[in-house]
Ligand binder design. Structure first.
Ligand code: ATP
Ligand code: MG
Length: 360
């Protein structure tokens, strides 16, 4: 019996539609894993607005401590704008998690789902976004704050790029390309931001030399935005810095159908956090109509990361099983209102669970 027959996961439901979509994704993962001989053991932890009420913090110390021992976290959206003061003005709990655990890579795939109207039905790419540096001051792990105002009428922002952080994100991108179509596009703006994004480009191209089997090219971020719309099928893996990655991944997600379908993981070399790209969607929360596809996709992506790291075919098969169930459910016409359908979250979940998949 191998030691991965039990997979322990921490589950943080979060705010808004989080408690509606996270349990659906978790239940589907449990079912898919069980079908491949893996038992998932869950630990639900306080997080978000309900944790402010019960523990006085959106990210209680007890939750952080429990997470220290968990390689896999499944995390719902947070709606920090709705928190009571002073919590509203504190760094959002999702950003704190990324920073605390050094989750330096944000991997956002964009792929159309057959049957869902997409501007770019043939898009199939993975954006590998550096998650710890660049212009995003609150995620900046090396210097305190990247933004400041020397006078009330002047605001400055400092961008940080280091060789070490660029090297590790580039390695993740080239490794990912090996398991895909063997092509990496390095995105930068080295004609203007010569030192920062220039270093990013140079280090990525140095790393490329260690992956001679992977084709590498480069684009300026502005040209990249246009090319993503014009010929999206040309791209396989896109590696870029924090801000560019944030913007391009929303663009790619929308091209593939809808931001509401977009899955993502945040990871380090030893930990993974499944977290859908969308927010807490307070406008539809509590109505039972949230689309669980992004959350399900995020958990499937986290299982894929875990299965790859541990060379565990059962976990890898479970990830694929989850994707097959989503595709089959959409193909059967069971869709939530965001996709033009009338299904509830529960109806989607029931259908997905009942899909016959291979041996499961
Ligand atoms: P954040 O600031 O946390 O990123 P946001 O303001 O960008 O949040 P979301 O919470 O993602 O916004 O919601 C944007 C729109 O998309 C809303 O109209 C919301 O209802 C819709 N939406 C987001 N996620 C889903 C989902 N899973 N199912 C259906 N609709 C969704
Ligand atoms: Mg948003």
């Amino acid at each position: 019996m191998n030691d991965h027959q039990v997979l322990r996961a921490a589950v943080l439901d979060g705010d808004g539609i989080g408690p509606e979509v996270v349990p659906v994704a978790v239940a589907l993962a449990e079912q898919a894993l069980a079908a491949h001989g893996v038992r998932m053991v869950l630990e639900r932890l306080p997080y978000g607005e309900s944790a402010i009420d019960s523990h006085g913090s959106a990210l209680p110390e007890s939750t952080l401590n429990a997470l220290e021992h968990r390689e896999l976290m499944i995390v719902g959206p947070h709606d920090s704008a709705a928190y009571p003061p002073p919590h509203r003005d504190a760094p959002p709990p999702g950003a704190l998690l990324r920073k605390h655990f050094g989750l330096y890579a944000n991997l956002r795939p964009a792929q159309a789902i057959p049957g869902v109207r997409a501007t770019a039905p043939d898009i199939d790419l993975l954006i590998v976004r550096e998650n710890s540096e660049g212009l995003y001051a609150d995620r900046n792990m090396t210097v305190g704050s990247g933004e400041f105002m020397p006078t009330p009428d002047v605001a400055l922002s400092v961008g940080l790029v280091t060789r070490q952080a660029t090297e590790r994100i580039a390695e993740r991108a080239f490794e990912a390309a090996r398991a895909r179509r063997g092509h990496v596009t390095v995105v930068h703006k080295a004609n203007v931001l010569r030192l920062t994004t220039g270093l990013f480009r140079d280090v990525c191209l140095e790393v490329a030399e260690r992956f001679p089997d992977v084709r590498v090219d480069q684009q300026h971020v502005d040209a990249m935005a246009a090319l993503l719309v014009r010929r999206p099928a040309d791209f396989d893996v896109v590696v870029t810095e924090n801000l560019f990655g944030d913007i391009l991944s929303d663009l790619a997600a929308e091209l593939s159908g809808s931001l509401g379908l977009a899955a993502s993981i945040n990871c380090s070399d030893t930990r993974v956090m499944a977290q859908a790209v969308h927010g807490a969607a307070p406008d539809i929360a509590g109505r039972g109509i949230a689309d669980p596809i992004a959350m399900i996709g995020s958990v499937a992506q986290a299982l894929q990361w875990y299965g790859t790291r541990h060379s565990d075919p059962g976990v890898l098969a479970a990830a694929e099983d989850m994707r097959v169930r989503v595709a089959a459910t959409v193909a059967a016409g069971v869709r939530t209102p965001d996709l033009g359908g009338t299904a509830t979250t529960a109806e989607f979940a029931d259908h997905a669970r009942a899909v016959g998949v291979g041996s499961s």
